[in-house]
Design a protein around this ligand. Structure first.
Ligand code: ZN
Ligand code: ZN
Length: 347
């Protein structure tokens, strides 16, 4: 291997992930080259590994991974706040600040977003716009692993904010994967009075209880909607959060809410899917059903600050560490394991 190349995971297709020697990224004005110290696996990555990208959107083979933290090793020309040797993390998106959505303050819905993929590699090139609007220095006491998890936490903070979780609320979370578990942590911090989590795997429900869930439902053994109703004297939850990404659980979520409640459909479903909603639920029940996508640079900063201040402890979510050359094994483990949540990948 020469200094012009590096090791990176390349996705060739469904379950076809290879670790290869590729060209090391070349940086231009305003950009930064970062040596990745840790990247963390994400539910979205797992979905892409298991069912592939939306065709035509991404050309295969492609770099992969978007949760990372590392050291700046090269800074492009021009004025930037970055310095060589700085420990940084960056969001996987940088809004343009110019389009209609950005002008409305909906930076997460920017129509000209600069995306950033390629965290499962020795080096990552951070685009100039990302350096400017969505990168942060990592405080010395925060590990690379924790800093990498600012990305999923940012998305969860955005979702919780949209759903308006309030002090004393009963919050039902469908799905105890990494995102569902982050929702449990955040809802607890926001003052949820009671948190009910449903999943199909007992081990995951145990984990949810350790992170603060009050009640858990194994949806294989019990009807989740009925059980939430029973646990809430027939009313349903004030806020329901779907963290799986299947039309069936999106529909289930809507049925779990109390009158005047909010349903946050958080998990991304497969393309071209639809759900059925009972009109009475929305009319007579005044149930609000909403989605949430991604996060804004503000949420990324907030996430990093909440981790740095110790307000939210994301450390327990990393259940295993593996070197970059075992990346495929990492995703195979996540496909079948009942106890793994996130795996930290170290190049
Ligand atoms: Zn992620
Ligand atoms: Zn924009």
């Amino acid at each position: 291997m020469t200094s012009e190349t590096m090791i990176a995971a390349m996705l060739y297709g469904v379950r076809d992930l290879r670790v290869e020697e590729v060209k090391k990224p070349h940086i231009e004005r305003g950009e930064a080259l970062v040596k990745v110290k840790t990247s963390t696996t994400c539910g979205t990555d797992l979905k892409i590994f298991q069912r592939g990208y939306v065709e035509k959107v991404i050309k295969l083979p492609t770099v992969f991974g978007h949760e990372w933290a590392g050291d700046v090793v090269e800074v492009g020309e021009g004025d930037t706040w970055l310095e060589k040797g700085m420990r940084i993390r960056a969001g996987n998106s940088a809004p343009c600040l110019q389009c209609k959505m950005c002008q409305k303050g909906k930076f997460n819905l920017c129509e000209d977003m600069v995306w950033l993929w390629g965290a499962y590699a020795e080096y990552i090139r951070v685009p100039a716009r990302t350096v400017l609007v969505n990168a942060q220095k990592i405080p010395a006491h925060v590990s690379y692993e924790e800093a990498a998890m600012a990305e999923p936490l940012a998305c969860v903070l955005h979702g919780a904010e949209e759903a308006g979780v309030e002090l004393g609320d009963t919050v039902a979370v469908i799905g105890a994967g990494p995102i569902g578990l982050l929702h449990v942590l955040v809802a607890r911090k926001l003052g949820a009075g009671r948190i009910i989590v449903s999943d199909l795997i007992d081990e995951r429900l145990d984990f949810a209880r350790k992170l603060g869930a009050d009640e858990t439902i194994n949806a294989k053994a019990k009807d989740a909607v009925e059980t939430v109703k029973q646990l809430t004297s027939g009313y349903g939850a004030d806020v329901v959060i779907e963290a799986i990404g299947q039309p069936a659980t999106w529909e289930q979520a809507a049925k779990m809410a109390c009158k005047g409640g909010t349903v946050l459909e958080f998990g991304g479903c497969p393309p071209n899917t639809e759900i059925r909603l009972n009109t009475e639920l929305l009319h007579y029940g005044e149930v609000t059903v909403m989605g949430a996508f991604h996060a804004t640079p503000t949420h990324f900063k907030k996430a990093m600050n909440l981790i740095a201040s110790g307000t939210l402890d994301v450390k327990p979510l990393v259940t295993r560490r593996l070197p970059l050359n075992k990346i495929k094994e990492a995703f195979e483990i996540l496909s079948s394991s009942k106890t793994d949540v996130k795996i930290a990948i170290q190049p």
